[in-house]
Design a protein around this ligand. Sequence first.
Ligand SMILES: O=C(O)CCC(=O)C(=O)O
Length: 384
Amino acid sequence: MAACRIQAENDSDYDRQRDLKAFDDTKAGVKGAVDAGVTKIPRILIQEQRTKLDDRPASLEPNFSIPIIDIEGWNEDETRRHNIIEKLGSACEKWGFFQVVNHGIPSNILEEMIDGIHRFHHQDVEVKKEFYSRDYTKKVLYNSNFDLYQAPAASWRDSLTCVMAPNPPNHEAIPPICRIMKLGITLFELLSEALGLKPNHLKDIGCAEGLYVLGHSYRACPEPELTIGTRKHADSGFLTLLLQDQIGGLQVLHENQWVNVTPAPGALVVNAGDLFQASLQLISNDKFISVHHRVLAKNVGPRISVACIFRQHLSPETLKLISPYLVPKQCVLNRGADHLARVGVGVGSSNDTLFRVWNQKMIVSWGISSASILCTQKKQMRAQ
Ligand SMILES: O=C(O)CCC(=O)C(=O)O
């Protein structure tokens, strides 16, 4: 049935750009389509190019589940701290993902975060339209699919985006986010130690300075098998702390199998991003991995999640230098060594695929794209 619909829609005169623009112009996102009563999902949201891996069901193997790590008392007793550091290190090495419980953020704050995002998405479209934008220099904006015009298929998801640090948007401080930053700093401290570094190392190289928050809403979908909530990707930043409600749908790619990240009450899901893996490469010899994950569309919802991503936002005033770094050859080929020299990055060949940064400087916004390419190469190598 699903295959028939995809085939029938494979006609050559289909004007996808027109449909994308019409969808974007509603400024109402996926919720708008649901409110309009769609029973068949719009074509722009159909995942036509699926691979066998995309369709593989989640692993039922009982040993395959994301580690849940209790960090209560991490700062109270040396043995306990050591134990926690070992567990965090091992989770980042084997999975690139873990869930953290007893992290000190009260459950009512977590519930309030979920409710706040739900309330935002649930508002009248006329109110939300004010925020609808694709201008990513804005600190607060809402849209459906940040990559709507680039992705092979749109995802069944609307998102509110807020750049919370540095320089939070100009209104009252938001306490839950302050707590997320505090927890992030704690994790960076423990993860530094897990790598045998000084506790402040990751904080000192700037990992905890930028915070980018995405509040997603995944509506109940009439044809979940034809689309996806969030397509397979790895995060571009250093570390992501994700709060999800109890509906589920998040899956992690582990040993070539999709594994459900089953919601655990009060837990935050944590994963290392591309920038983390790449910037630690020289120090940790690829110990911590940034792995692919995705969110399935479901026929129940709305599912709400809040992704708090530690990374610099791409605005000039927040550019930051980090070092040392490796630049993938492809980036050098794409951008040109002259361009790199102009932005202060020297390159020289170290082997066939990687170019080492000579003057040990890297601009993070540049780093995000090169880190992604570097990590994609690594992921491909791991999959072979
Ligand atoms: O909604 C989720 O559970 C995951 C979202 C995600 O992967 C992202 O925002 O990058």
